[in-house]
Design a protein around this ligand. Structure first.
Ligand SMILES: *[C@@H]1O[C@H](CO)[C@@H](O)[C@H](O)[C@H]1NC(C)=O
Ligand SMILES: *[C@@H]1O[C@H](CO)[C@@H](O)[C@H](O)[C@H]1NC(C)=O
Length: 550
């Protein structure tokens, strides 16, 4: 059965009413199910649908979606949508589908068995209709709540045995490990796919999270992943089939030589994970430009090349300590956001949870990577949400008008873009990317505001950057430099080169180019900008997707 989905531009309230009415007419209607068209995920009409998801864990010891002791499930689902996410990657342990005595435990029993009877009162108060449901029915209730709120769902088989994931030696890492029997896995995937096959909002299944460990090998990857993909597709041909790589979802390099062979097309998506700690403390110990340049290069070689092979790449886990106190994470985040924006990738943030009922033996463990705070009422860090709002929107892709080249100049450390300053004739500042001017980046490296003769101009060291009408002039040629290629430099004379920067009030200035190499103490973040290609018009780009059934 086909359902119609609507794109609604809730973020465009700044537009005059008549334009909004016009937008209403231009609004694309999106029909599920989703499929793939080269590297893009698209609706039935072939229009791009960008996945901007958050992970919601339901695979830990208790096998209950986190947070239900703090807020009613519908409040959480609605909040996810209100925060600009259109999708949830909902995790489940394999045994929920294959072990009936586990699936049939009630939430209450699961808490009692874990010695957490004291924690039940919160669940009783916030979700009285769930507390005596079985674990599998609870999982269904969470999916139902998300889909009632028009949040798309990706079912992610995270692990076999309920519990925190993932270590190399936890017996859950690869086919043939103690708890990872391929036949049982196929069986569980088939059951889960079947259980949700009539819900069009369940748009994808992640077949297995973070393959890893001593047993991992390429031959079994092809053999088992092909079987798993066929089983899921057979049970529910509507869902996107999402496959992990080796080594904690980092490595797909083997696909360069040998493509995967499946009986179906148009449904295959690959998922990759990238955290700061994927590379230990590289960010903290190294020079940010060098580390960013090197790691982006690595990831393009390990998974990003799949885009060129014509597959969507879903970055299904990434995230940072949202207190902003982890240097390793902070440096990574600027580089990561620039990379995601550049390729306009689909993604899922780790994670929603402000805390866990029980994680690795700790009751109520706080999750500082969690979008919500530990009572699940507020966003942990609102400035983080502002920073990611650009990547929540589709910037380019099928169905979005792209007659000529348009760019925004994205500043990942604020999440803002370079815009013309209102009321100040030649002024520029950082502003909202959705309302941002579009820029042309010419072969001679001039940045010109679309529809004008005005170009970005460096006036001098430590002076405000301005617009100029004299565009071949000194200080109007902007070259990406450093290993990260994220500095925009302009040369003012044979001896003086400056970099675009922002001051503490978000005014654009030009300063000495920072941390170009070797120095690992300094952070070049304020000088990092990415020229990002976007579609022509605001009517079809930078929307917040809100699927609506009509
Ligand atoms: C099935 O689940 C029950 C309840 O959690 C557990 O006691 C049992 O060990 C599980 N069986 C297997 C084979 O994992
Ligand atoms: C949010 O993150 C920023 C760094 O990105 C940090 O400076 C700020 O203190 C954080 N706010 C809270 C409330 O943790």
């Amino acid at each position: 059965m086909k359902r119609r989905l609507l794109l609604i531009n809730s973020s465009l309230s700044f537009l005059p009413l008549f334009l909004l009415l016009l937008l209403g007419l231009l609004t694309a209607s999106h029909a599920l199910p989703l499929s793939t068209s080269s590297r893009w995920i698209v609706d039935e009409e072939g229009h791009r649908v960008k996945l901007a998801c958050v992970n919601w864990a339901s695979h830990l010891e208790l096998v209950v979606a986190e947070g239900l002791g703090h807020q009613p499930v519908d409040v959480i689902s609605k909040k996810i949508k209100d925060l600009g996410f259109n999708c949830v990657r909902l995790t489940w342990p394999l045994y929920l589908a294959t072990n009936e005595s586990l699936a049939c435990l009630t939430v209450r029993e699961s808490f009692v068995n874990a010695g957490l009877s004291d924690s039940i009162s919160g669940l009783q108060a916030n979700n009285p209709s769930i507390v005596d449901l079985s674990l599998i029915n609870t999982f269904q209730a969470v999916v139902a709540s998300l889909t009632n709120n028009k949040v798309m769902v990706i079912l992610d088989n995270h692990i076999s045995t309920p519990g925190w994931c993932c270590s190399k030696y936890d017996g859950n890492g690869f086919f043939g490990d103690q708890y990872f029997n391929p036949d049982l896995w196929i069986n569980g995937l088939t059951k889960m796919a079947t259980l949700f096959k009539d819900n069009p909002f369940v748009i994808g299944m992640s077949l297995r999270n973070e393959l890893r460990g001593p047993k991992q090998n390429v031959n079994d990857w092809y053999r088992c992943m092909q079987r798993g993909a066929e089983a899921v597709h057979g049970a529910n041909p509507n869902v996107l089939v999402i496959l992990s790589g080796l080594s904690y979802d980092k490595d797909f390099s083997f696909l360069r030589k040998q493509p995967i062979s499946l009986s179906f097309t148009g449904k295959l998506v690959f998922e990759a994970h990238w955290y700061a700690f994927s590379d230990g403390e590289a960010w903290k110990n190294g020079n940010s430009n060098q580390v960013c340049g090197k790691l982006v290069n690595n990831i393009m070689g390990m998974s990003g090349f799949l885009l060129d092979q014509g597959f969507p790449l879903f970055v299904s886990e990434w995230g940072v300590d949202l207190r902003g106190t982890n240097t390793n994470d902070n440096r990574y985040l600027n580089c990561f956001l620039a990379w995601i924006a550049e390729h306009d990738l689909d993604w899922a943030l780790w994670t929603l949870a402000g805390n866990y009922y029980l994680r690795e033996g700790v009751v109520g463990m706080v999750e500082y990577y969690g979008l919500l705070n530990s009572d699940w009422t507020q966003v942990r860090n609102t400035s983080f949400l502002e920073r990611i709002s650009v990547i929540q929107s589709p910037l380019q892709g099928p169905g979005m008008s792209q007659r000529t080249e348009h760019n925004i100049i994205y500043h990942p450390s604020t999440g803002l873009c370079v815009v013309k300053k209102p009321m100040t004739p030649m002024g520029v500042q950082l502003g909202n990317c959705a309302e941002s001017n579009r820029w042309t980046y010419t072969p001679s490296q001039t940045l010109t505001i679309k529809g004008s003769y005005l170009c970005l101009h460096a006036q001098g060291m430590n002076l405000p950057a301005r617009l100029s009408l004299y565009c071949p002039g000194v200080g109007t040629r902007w070259t990406p430099i450093s290993d990260s290629k994220l500095h925009l430099s302009a040369s003012l004379s044979r001896r003086v080169t400056v970099c675009l920067d922002v001051d503490s009030d978000n005014n654009l200035i030009t300063t000495t180019c920072k941390c170009l190499s070797n120095d690992n103490k300094c952070d070049p973040g304020s000088q990092w900008f990415k020229i990002v290609e976007v579609a022509d018009t605001i009517t079809t780009s930078l929307q917040q997707i809100e699927p609506e059934v009509i």
